[in-house]
Design a protein around this ligand. Structure first.
Ligand code: ATP
Ligand code: MG
Length: 428
């Protein structure tokens, strides 16, 4: 008996039926990045485990329980990247991209986290990330938000997402706040769940992020990092919100927004939606001014964000926002009856592709009856079927059949075919 080998749980195939939507999304991204002057960077999917431990932080969910880590044949500890920022900083440092210059970078690709698979949460998922280096002021934070907002506009998502904002301050301010927070949590120890008790010593800020309803009331009343900000971080935050106000971009300040990665400082933000249930964060990021130094570079400010592509595509599908034109289907399907016509059809196809580079043409291969070929033409989604048979070859013509309109069939001389198709395709 043969057992079929199946894909790894939480790792999806992207089927031909779905890929046009991804390509539509990816085209929007490429265009957007060009418009804002961001350049693409591609880094390996595997990195040394130490890179993620040092950047994301030893006591984060990602490093503690979500990474795909293994030894390779040399005994080196390698990890499938769970996110893109660490790799981006590593590559920028290694290739001298941060030396006396600013950088605006973006990337896209698969990320890997061993989480419980569910709607909007997978073990291999895809992110589009954006990172900028060497700019300290809030203007670049603002640009990141503008850029993401423009994407939501282009995709029709703006009415369905909301911007949440917080500041984590400087690391000194966070240390002082941490003490105040731990004292508060210790005074409410009886409400803390097991996870939170464990975090009390390792990563108390993350307790704020808990979704446990039994802790909600206690967390609501916890001291706020916003009230412990250092002056510079406060000014930075105020300038950013003033810019957002001036641009008419709505936001809510969420004092409990802390993010699950240790490298953030000052501005953090998330774009969230109500339309996807509990996996509602579609885009998240912030400033990480200490990370470059932490990974061995000179102190260099950094800021960035990552979008979850599966969640955004799910959102587009759920809200029915994928434009019809994004669905890939041929404009024209060329059928051919008989051996001579089949041979000629291939050449006619090439001739038409030369003449009409924008047209999507599928040439029927594999013979079959007229009826079955027209059935395939119809199923392909094409608007027009071309018909080439012995009669047409004898008279030097081609038949045009309209598959989606109540419209007379046409017979066109072969020399005039390209021009006729061009006119037909320009009709609407
Ligand atoms: P969450 O709170 O949903 O676990 P996160 O804080 O772990 O998200 P980030 O590390 O900030 O997520 O990643 C940025 C974005 O990538 C998320 O906002 C989300 O859209 C997407 N993302 C993260 N983990 C997954 C996953 N396992 N499957 C699908 N998308 C994901
Ligand atoms: Mg997570």
């Amino acid at each position: 008996m043969s057992n079929k080998i199946q894909a790894i749980r939480g790792m999806n195939d992207l089927l031909p039926e779905q890929s046009p939507v991804w390509q539509y999304f990816e085209r929007q991204i490429q265009h957007l990045m060009q418009r804002y002057g961001y350049n693409e960077i591609r880094t390996p999917i595997l990195e040394q485990t130490a890179l993620f431990k040092r950047s994301i932080g030893e006591v984060t969910d990602i490093v503690e329980k979500e990474m795909y880590t293994f030894e390779d044949r040399n005994g080196d500890s390698l990890t499938l990247r769970p996110e893109g920022t660490a790799s981006c900083v590593r590559a920028a440092l290694e290739n001298g991209l941060l030396y006396n210059q600013t950088q605006r970078l973006w990337y896209q690709g698969p990320m890997f986290r061993h989480e419980r698979p569910q709607k909007g949460r997978y073990r291999q998922f895809h992110q589009v990330g954006v990172e900028a280096y060497g700019m300290l002021g809030p203007d670049i934070d603002f640009e990141m938000i503008l850029l993401s907002a423009r994407l939501w506009d282009a995709l029709g998502l703006m009415p369905h997402v909301r911007l949440e904002l917080n500041s984590l301050g400087s690391s000194e301010a966070r240390t002082a706040y941490r003490d105040a927070l731990v004292a508060y949590f210790e005074a409410h120890a009886e409400v803390l769940d097991e996870d939170s008790r464990r975090r009390l010593t390792s990563n108390p800020l993350r307790i704020l992020d808990s979704k446990n309803p039994d802790m909600a009331e206690m967390l609501e009343a916890a001291p706020r990092l916003m009230d412990h900000l250092d002056d510079e971080s406060r000014a930075h935050f105020e300038q950013l919100t003033a810019m957002l106000d001036a641009a008419g971009i709505d936001y809510v300040i969420n004092p409990r927004l802390v993010r699950g990665l240790d490298y953030y400082s000052r501005t953090v933000f998330e774009w969230t939606t109500q339309a996807l249930g509990s996996q509602g964060t579609v885009c998240a990021g912030g400033r990480y001014d200490g990370l470059v130094e932490q990974l061995g570079g000179k102190p260099t400010p950094g800021v960035g964000f990552a979008m979850g592509v599966e969640r955004l595509i799910l959102l587009l599908e759920t809200l029915d926002l994928v434009p019809e034109a994004a669905r890939s289907r041929p404009d024209v399907y060329l059928t051919a009856m008989g051996d001579t016509a089949s041979r000629e059809a291939m050449l006619l196809g090439e001739h038409l592709r030369d003449a009409l580079p924008e047209m999507h043409l599928q040439v029927h291969c594999g013979g079959g009856s007229f009826k079955s070929q027209i059935k395939k033409a119809d199923k392909s989604g094409a608007r027009i079927a071309l018909m080439l048979g012995d009669d047409e070859i004898a008279s030097g013509s081609v038949g045009i059949k309209f598959l989606r309109e109540d419209r007379e069939q046409e017979s066109v001389a072969r020399e005039a075919l390209a021009a006729r198709l061009q006119a037909l395709l320009a009709e609407d």
